[in-house]
Design a binder for this molecule. Structure first.
Ligand code: ATP
Ligand code: MG
Length: 564
């Protein structure tokens, strides 16, 4: 089923593709790919690329491959491959049987290298990595040619063959393209194509001791797969002339590369390298820590794939970099959860309430609405009894102005239950309120007063004897700055970590209907926000992650913008 119902072009990539379809540039084909490097978990930025790559194939009845660009055996692992596949499927995209690996093209890439050597377009260089860097020049100064640049084709063929055969130690030689050391584009100054690295590859084992660079692999892999439109992020714009050069020199199928702006999200780090640091140095509890911007972290936090796809749709596709407000992502989530999440009552910081005039041992089953947004979701029963819990913050002994919740002598409504009035406050030795005595009005059953009496607030509650104990994890932003890379001199992005990004509450109480709640199920705790059952729950206690609080700052921003 197409997820893109619109047939109109809605961004500049669509326009290019539709032009190519009109001119029959690729025989009417649209074939894209998503090319992750399996050196970490996917994050929300990758979700944008996935939605673009798979979304476009979908829109134009084309195909999208999943290709792992696994050229660097030092950083790549099978568990990353598994996680990447799981995340793409979770987002509800599918690559069919087209799961490819750049490493499967190593033999072909070697042939391409030999082809370029034979054309006099590649040479073996004995300069060290440092020397190569030195010779490369700068943006303002041209580079210098290597003294090995003009080796004969025969010598280059022989040396490359011996590089492959394992005759030379790591780093002693490289194969370079012979392009232009004075080019204004540094990528064109005789880039490295192959390096010597005696290291096992996660798929190729010990078959290779030379590995192609990413730049010598990426474009040719697209070409080998018959990709028509190679969509990638903006940082590859400067690499396009090089990819074009390789494909032109090799005379093979030539996809059209189109660059779009990366997603940058406020208060969020979107670099696999830096996320890996957070995991490795245990600033977070693994790649799927709910504070991480990874797909697996967002999933564990309670995000839905629909919310993420909708977000990607709304941010659109453009050519210029910008910073997206994380409030928009959260807004998309609330919009989705509002429609689908069943409402329940849960008390995060419980305060005991005894209803003095309610009979001991009596229990009533009261009707509660599961989702006011969706009548089909029906109602459920919640038990009410003499001893309840309400939220500590819903009571003030000395209520300030505009505080309408419970206070001594004041009457409030308990959701779906009764009006109660506070008649007595019990404190511990330290003066902390530990219990309230209240009375209830039996005539207000269901929460309405027959005499038209009004109360100014409605509280959520649970019955103490029936409630389930739960742990709730409250999350705040992982970084204190909108741009986590904005740091003092000498510091790095980790200095912007929010030390209070996780608060764990262990004494929470939730209504008994949640007894069999499975990890991954999402609820709205009335008045508190959306919560998702965590995978840690399997250990016997219910553990919830607060997915997102209720207050929607994006809706406010939009409203303010409309007023202007
Ligand atoms: P990172 O910088 O986080 O390590 P990457 O670009 O190295 O990311 P790849 O695995 O190479 O990660 O990315 C696969 C695809 O996802 C690429 O086409 C890349 O352009 C795209 N991509 C990565 N990050 C973003 C982002 N923030 N926004 C949009 N697309 C992205
Ligand atoms: Mg990359």
């Amino acid at each position: 089923m197409s997820k893109n119902d619109s047939t109109k072009p809605t961004n500049f990539i669509h326009e290019i593709i539709e032009k190519d379809l009109r001119t029959n540039k690729y025989g009417g084909r649209v074939h894209t790919r998503f090319p992750p490097e399996p050196n970490g978990y996917l994050h929300i930025g990758h979700a944008k690329a996935i939605c673009i790559d798979f979304g476009i194939a979908d829109k134009y009845n084309g195909l999208c491959n999943l290709r792992f660009d696994d050229t660097n055996p030092i950083k790549e692992e099978q568990r990353y491959i598994d996680a990447i596949k799981e995340d793409i499927h979770w987002l509800d995209f599918d690559w069919g049987d087209r799961e490819y690996y750049a490493s499967d093209y190593f033999e072909k890439l070697c042939e391409y290298a030999v082809q370029l050597i034979k054309k006099g377009k590649a040479y073996v260089d004995d300069l060290s990595a440092d020397e190569i860097r030195e010779y490369r020049g700068t943006l303002t100064e041209p580079g210098k040619e290597s003294p090995y640049r003009n080796r004969s084709i025969e010598e280059n063929l022989d040396l490359f063959e011996r590089m492959r055969a394992g005759e030379f130690p790591d780093g002693s030689r490289v194969l370079r393209a012979k392009i232009d050391m004075a080019s204004g584009n540094l990528n064109m100054r005789d880039p490295v194509m192959y390096r010597i690295l005696h290291k096992s590859h996660h798929r190729q084992g010990d078959k290779w001791c030379i590995y192609p660079t990413y730049d010598f692999t990426h474009g040719q892999s697209d070409s080998i797969e018959g990709i028509t439109h190679s969509l990638c992020s903006l940082e590859f714009e400067d690499h396009r002339p090089l990819y074009d050069w390789y494909l032109n020199e090799l005379g093979t199928h030539h996809p059209q590369q189109i660059e779009f702006a990366r997603l940058n999200l406020s208060y969020t780090m979107l670099s696999k390298r830096k996320l890996l640091k957070l995991v490795g140095e245990e600033h977070v509890n693994g790649w799927d820590d709910p504070r991480m911007p990874t797909i697996s972290g967002l999933r564990r936090l309670g995000y839905t794939p629909e919310a993420i796809r909708n977000f990607c749709e709304r941010i659109g596709v453009s050519k210029s970099n910008s910073l997206v407000d994380i409030a928009l992502l959260e807004h998309c989530l609330r919009e989705d959860l509002n429609k689908r999440a069943p409402r329940v009552m849960g008390v995060l910081r419980p305060l005991r309430v005894v209803i003095d005039n309610y009979p001991e041992n009596e229990v009533e089953e009261l009707d509660a609405v599961n989702n006011p947004e969706d009548p089909i979701m029906g109602t459920r029963k919640v038990p009410f009894s003499r001893v309840l819990y309400i939220e500590q913050e819903d009571f003030r002994e000395e209520p300030p102005k505009k505080y309408f919740r419970l206070a001594p002598g004041r009457e409030v409504r308990l959701r779906y239950a009764y009006f109660i009035k506070c008649v007595n406050v019990v404190k511990d030795e330290a003066g902390k309120v530990v219990k309230l005595h209240c009375t209830y009005d039996p005539k207000t059953r269901g929460g309405d007063s027959p005499d038209g009496r009004k109360v100014k607030s409605t509280l959520h509650w649970v019955s103490a004897a029936h409630a389930l104990k739960a742990e709730v994890r409250l999350y705040d932003r992982l970084f204190v700055k909108a741009n986590p890379d904005d740091v003092e001199e000498g510091a790095d992005f980790k200095s912007n970590l929010n030390p209070n990004s996780l608060e764990t509450l262990t004494e929470c109480r939730v209504e008994p209907n949640l007894k069999d709640a499975k990890p991954g199920s999402r609820y709205q705790f009335e008045r508190q926000g959306y919560f998702c059952v965590d995978t840690d729950s399997s250990k016997g206690v219910l553990v919830f992650n607060r997915t997102v609080p209720l207050r929607d700052t994006w809706a406010k921003i939009e409203k303010a913008q409309k007023k202007k």
